[in-house]
Design a binder for this molecule. Structure first.
Ligand code: ADP
Ligand code: MG
Length: 361
C-alpha cells in the first residue's frame, strides 16, 4: 500500500530532453494510466519510477520514502512488460518463483503465493509448462502472476496488452480491472491506446513531448480537455476541429469560416470576450452532432455536404464538408442519406469547445 509522488522529474539522454518537469501525486490504491503518442516519454518515466533508468533531476517517492538512489530490487515494486520477459527454459511455476527466491523467501511461502496467484489468474493447470507451450494470453497471465506473487507496494505496467490480438486485449483489459479491484494495489499503467487509458484509469495522465498535458478522471478529460492536443487524443472517433475567425455582432460572438457560421454559447463567448477578429479553433465531437430538427437553435446549425457514409450498425459515421471545414458526425443508424446529399447538422447544446488557433494537429 503506497502513494507514489513524482516531483519536477526530468530525464535527458545526452542533449535529448525526453521527460520535462513531471509532477504527479498518485494515491494509495489508485490506478493511474500514462497515455500519449509513441516517443512522448511514458516508458522512460515508468522506468525511472522502477529504478531501471537513472533520473536527471527531481524526486521520486514511494510510500513516503525518497527512492532516487534506491536500487530497483529494493523499491518494492513489480513491473509487467510488453514482451512478458519470461525465462524460456523455466516452467511457469519457476518463472513465478524466481523473484521470490532471489529475495530469499522460504519454500512454503513461495508455494503458497504461487498457488494463490495461479488461482486468481486461472492458470493452475499451466504451472508445469514452459512459456513456449503457452498462448499469448496465457503468457501474459504468467507475467501478471510473477508480479502478483511479489505482493509489492506498486504495480508498474508497460503496454502489457499490446502483443495480444484485439479481442484478447479487450478481455484482458476487463480482467486487469477486476484484478485491481481485488488486489487494490497502487498501479501505474503505460499505454498509447486512449481507449485502454479511459477504461482502466481512475485517473489518466496525458503526455506529449515529455510534458504532462492534463491529469484527470476519464470523463473530465473527455468533457473538459485542457487543450487541443488532449481534445484530439481522447475520444474516438476523434474530435472535429475547424479553424475559425471570431467575430462579434448583435451582442453575440460568432465563429466563422468559409461556408460556416456558428454562434458561440454564452459561457464560451464570455471567456473569449474581446477576441473579436482573432483566429481560433472550434472543436466538436462526432457524437455531439446530429441531423438538425425544428427544436435546434439556428445558431448551432450549419449546412454540410455528405462525402462518405460509414454504416456501423449501431451508428452511421458521416464524413461531411462545410466550405473548407470537414466534420465527422455520428448519427442514427436508421438515417437514410446518400453521397452528396446536403444536410443541416446541429451541435448538441453546451458541447462546443473553443481552443487557441494552432497549426499542428
Ligand atoms: P514512449 O514510451 O512514450 O513511447 P519512451 O520513453 O520510450 O517513449 O522514449 C522517449 C524518448 O526517449 C524517445 O525519443 C526515445 O527515442 C528516447 N529514448 C528512450 N530510451 C532511450 C535510451 N536508452 N537512450 C537514448 N534515448 C532514449
Ligand atoms: Mg513505451
Amino acid at each position: 500500500m503506497a502513494e507514489v509522488i513524482v516531483r519536477k522529474l526530468n530525464k535527458k539522454f545526452d542533449s535529448n530532453h525526453v521527460v520535462k518537469d513531471v509532477d504527479l501525486h498518485i494515491r494509495d490504491k489508485e490506478f493511474v494510466v500514462f497515455v500519449g503518442p509513441s516517443g512522448c516519454g511514458k516508458t522512460t518515466t515508468l522506468r525511472m519510477i522502477a529504478g531501471l533508468e537513472a533520473i536527471t533531476s527531481g524526486d521520486i517517492l514511494i510510500g513516503n520514502t525518497v527512492v532516487n538512489q534506491v536500487p530497483p530490487m529494493d523499491r518494492d515494486i513489480a513491473m509487467v512488460f510488453q514482451n512478458y520477459a519470461l525465462y524460456p527454459h523455466m516452467s511457469v511455476a519457476s518463472n513465478m518463483a524466481f523473484g521470490l527466491k532471489m529475495r530469499k523467501f522460504e519454500k512454503p511461502e513461495i508455494e503458497k503465493r504461487i498457488k494463490r496467484a495461479a488461482e486468481i489468474l486461472g492458470i493452475g493447470e499451466l504451472l508445469h509448462r514452459k512459456p513456449r507451450q503457452l498462448s499469448g494470453g496465457q503468457r501474459q497471465r504468467v507475467a501478471l502472476g510473477r508480479a502478483i506473487v511479489r505482493d509489492p507496494k506498486v504495480f508498474l505496467f508497460d503496454e502489457p496488452l499490446s502483443n495480444l490480438d484485439a479481442k484478447l486485449r479487450v478481455q484482458m483489459r476487463v480482467e486487469l480491472k477486476k484484478l485491481h479491484e481485488r488486489l487494490a494495489v497502487t498501479s501505474i499503467y503505460v499505454t498509447h491506446d486512449q481507449v485502454e487509458a479511459m477504461t482502466l484509469g481512475d485517473r489518466v495522465v496525458v503526455m506529449k513531448d515529455g510534458v504532462v498535458q492534463q491529469v484527470g478522471e476519464p470523463l473530465e478529460l473527455y468533457n473538459t480537455p485542457a487543450n487541443r492536443f488532449v481534445a484530439g487524443f481522447i475520444g474516438s472517433p476523434a474530435m472535429n476541429f475547424a479553424e475559425v475567425t471570431l467575430s462579434g455582432a448583435d451582442g453575440k460572438l460568432w465563429a466563422e469560416a468559409p461556408g460556416l457560421k456558428i454562434g458561440l454559447p454564452e459561457p464560451i463567448a464570455r471567456r473569449a470576450n474581446g477576441r473579436n477578429g482573432a483566429k481560433a479553433t472550434v472543436g466538436i465531437r462526432p457524437e455531439d452532432l446530429h441531423v438538425a430538427g425544428p427544436a435546434d437553435p439556428a445558431e448551432l446549425c450549419f449546412d454540410v455536404e455528405v462525402e462518405v457514409i460509414e454504416q456501423l450498425g449501431s451508428e452511421i459515421l458521416l464524413d461531411t464538408r462545410a466550405g473548407n471545414s470537414t466534420f465527422v458526425a455520428s448519427v442514427e443508424p436508421t438515417l437514410r442519406t446518400k453521397l452528396h446529399d446536403r444536410l443541416r447538422l446541429a451541435i448538441n447544446p453546451n458541447r462546443l469547445h473553443l481552443f487557441d488557433a494552432q497549426t499542428e494537429a
